[in-house]
Design a protein around this ligand. Sequence first.
Ligand code: FES
Ligand code: FES
Length: 181
Amino acid sequence: MTVEPSKRTGPAPAGFIGPTRTMTTLRVNGHDHYTVLEPRTSLLDALREHLHLTGTKKGCDQGACGACTVWIDNRRVLACLTLALAAEGREITTIEGVADGDRLHPVQRAFLAADGFQCGYCTPGQIMSAIKCIEEGHAESEAEIAEWMSGNICRCAAYQNIREAVCQGREALRREDGELP
Ligand code: FES
Ligand code: FES
């Protein structure tokens, strides 16, 4: 039923079905988090506002910038375009979960070494995307990196250093895997 704007406050009219809250469990970085969410809550808001994992950034909130990139079942996704309830029962990984304790992930170290950021706001999303870009085999050249990282916007335009960081991260991962001396 349609409710006139002037009458939208107060108790819901009979027959009006609005969103209810739902108990859900999100598995993030290897830990189960029990939380109560409205069904319309995005994964991004669930992570930031309910679980207080603020490493994942909100840029555009409409799928255009990549700042909110996380992994679900090891694939990169945009958390602002994903309903939290759709991620229930899946393995969610955020930037807080990529380091090994105090030891940064090789791609995180590469971003530091290559100065792959300026203000740093886009950096968590860039790193989450970069790791998968390398694992997918889409980081063999600067042109390929530019293409496969094109969903991650950097307002500071640190693209040259970001591409260099991805190259350095790719080599570091290969050294760790014994593919390079
Ligand atoms: Fe999700 Fe911009 S905040 S793509
Ligand atoms: Fe500032 Fe990318 S480093 S937005």
